[in-house]
Design a protein. Structure first.
Length: 118
């Protein structure tokens, strides 16, 4: 089994910053990458950012490029999302997930709420 626990969400004013953390435990040896997704009320879950575990390659959704930075600690199986210049439209529940080699994103955390006030 794999467990993912997110933390770091909260309420922040527009223009502010937050740093999310996600700690993975259990059978994580098949991890290809870890990613962050978000879901706003009434909307579908969308991709935010991901980082590969072996080479550290990153990719971002266009909506967060230049504002968010994903980083990972593959010794401690933890991934971070530094979010700067936050906007009200970034308000959502943020989930981290593990991309298993050859399978896809199959392990998910419980989510952490991020609310950006205008």
């Amino acid at each position: 089994q794999v467990q993912l626990v997110e933390s770091g969400g909260g309420l922040v004013q527009a223009g502010g910053s937050l740093r999310l953390s996600c700690a993975a435990s259990g059978r994580t040896f098949s991890t290809h990458a870890m990613g962050w997704f978000r879901q706003a009320p009434g909307k579908e879950r969308e991709f935010v950012a991901a980082i590969t575990w072996s080479g550290g390659s990153t990719r971002y959704a266009d909506s967060v490029k230049g504002r968010f930075t994903i980083s990972g600690d593959n010794v401690n199986n933890t991934v971070y999302l530094q979010m700067n210049s936050l906007k009200p439209e970034d308000t959502a529940v943020y989930y981290c997930a593990i991309d298993v080699k050859g399978v896809g994103y199959v392990h998910w955390g419980q989510g952490t709420q991020v609310t950006v006030s205008s």
